[in-house]
Design a protein around this ligand. Structure first.
Ligand code: HSE
Length: 431
């Protein structure tokens, strides 16, 4: 009889309780698959007595997660505390120092400190596993690291934040404005404790930085991610996008070229018939382009008790089976830094929405600005007339150009007489 794999769980929120439930329900099945039982021996949380719908009987309880990482009778520490620094980082470092494997769902921690933690884990001969940190239940880490190990990855893109996708989907389906749906997302518990991380694109950027490191075999470079959120997207943009044959999605996109790696998170117009356009609600999706496999897409729930517990337990199953693969596919000491391709060098098509006072000559001024910057316009849309002195929306779409030119156009247009408010720019992605 093989010894059980003993685990200690730091953080007993929704995901922590989910792991305990999953292991209680599928303990025998996992034992059959892994050849060893996975047994929870200890837990840590702020409050011991709280009702979580799972029994903590027989488990050693710690209030201090880092102490648990040092002292518990455990082979693996599962970190579910969250946050890039503080007690989460302390717990993970204490676990590695004590030669215990680490499984974490903490995207901020991995995005900021993943390379350094992987170096420490590899030096200590333990695993640093983080399947649950990106796209919840979608096994994208394993897919990139193992299933696609034989491919050069050209690019990766995805819907990496369920809260934003939920908000954009409901804005489209129900004609609601951003703030109305955000309140629902918070009430339903989709948004992070600090919703700024979701709606400003930071959560998706954490996940994208992790995927880019893994896909391209480079050191984590969170600071190299260009980040824009969805707070300026209005009902008008959703409707104009539909009219033009697009949907608005917050995407994370990473690609590699001769100059380095481009990592960007921002709202995009995607063709309405692109597979990713029909990924709706809280669902996530990741599309990878490999040189031999071609294009593949995985879709699933990016958060929640069941999907996240599923991902954490898949990492535990690997450890129970004795599978130990470098956290980022190649040994951490061989990961090289990558140059960041700046957004000025990005080439793409653009949607620009202006709010203008309806007066003769405004289109001519816009056209002159485009000519002066050598940018070609694809279309211009205005519906109806504004009442005297009132602003009306005008949408201009640009053919592919360098971002530095598109930015110059927007800057000039924003100062034209009759243009009110800062223009809304959304990049058009040809997926
Ligand atoms: N708040 C995240 C989201 C879930 O909305 O996708 C966990 O990463």
């Amino acid at each position: 009889m093989n010894e059980p794999l003993k685990i200690a769980v730091a953080g007993l929120g929704t995901v922590g309780a989910g792991i305990l439930k999953l292991l209680a329900e599928h303990g025998d099945m996992l034992e059959g698959r892994c050849g060893r039982r996975i047994e929870v021996t200890a837990v840590s949380a702020r409050e011991q007595g709280k009702d979580r719908g799972v029994s903590l009987e027989g488990l050693e309880f710690f209030q201090d997660a880092a102490k648990m990482a040092r002292d518990a009778d455990a082979d693996v520490i599962v970190e579910l505390i969250g946050g890039a620094d503080g007690i989460a980082k302390e717990t993970v470092e204490a676990a590695i120092t004590a030669s215990r494997h680490v499984v974490t769902a903490n995207k901020a921690l991995i995005a900021h400190h993943g390379t350094e933690l992987a170096l420490k884990a590899e030096a200590a001969g333990v695993s640093l596993a983080y399947e649950a940190a990106v796209a919840g239940g979608i096994p994208i880490i394993k897919a990139l690291r193992e299933g696609l190990a034989a491919n050069g990855i050209k690019s990766i893109h995805g819907i990496l934040n369920g809260t934003c996708n939920y908000i954009l989907s409901r804005m489209r389906d129900e004609g609601l404005e951003f703030v109305e749906v955000l309140e629902d997302a918070q009430r339903l518990g989709y948004a992070e404790t600090d919703p700024e991380f979701d709606i400003e694109g930071v959560d998706a950027a954490h996940k994208l930085a992790i995927l880019a490191s893994l896909a391209f075999g480079r050191k984590l470079n969170f600071d190299g991610v260009h980040i824009e959120g969805i707070t300026r997207i209005s009902q008008m943009d959703i409707r104009f996008a539909e009219e033009l044959g697009f949907r608005v999605k917050l995407l994370g996109i990473a690609s590699q070229n001769d100059h380095g790696i481009e990592q960007r998170v921002h709202p995009c117009l995607v063709p309405a018939d692109a597979p990713i356009a029909s990924v709706e609600g809280v669902f996530n999706a990741v599309v990878a382009e490999g040189d031999f496999v071609d294009t593949l897409m995985m879709e699933g729930r990016g958060a929640g008790e069941g999907p996240t517990a599923s991902a954490v337990c898949a990492d535990l199953a690997d450890i129970a089976r004795g599978i130990q693969i470098p956290a980022f596919g190649i040994p951490a000491k061989k990961l090289e830094a990558s140059a960041t391709v700046s957004m000025d060098a990005h080439k793409g098509a653009y949607y620009i929405r202006l709010m203008v006072i309806d007066r003769p000559g405004i289109f001519a001024d816009v056209a002159t600005t485009l000519r002066d910057n050598e940018v070609s316009m694809e279309s211009i849309l205005q519906h109806g007339r504004g009442a005297p002195g009132e602003a009306v929306p005008v949408v201009v779409t640009l053919h592919e150009t360098e971002e530095v030119r598109a930015s110059a156009v927007i800057e000039t247009i924003s100062h034209l007489d009759g243009v009110l408010e800062a223009p809304v720019m959304i990049r058009i992605e040809n997926l």
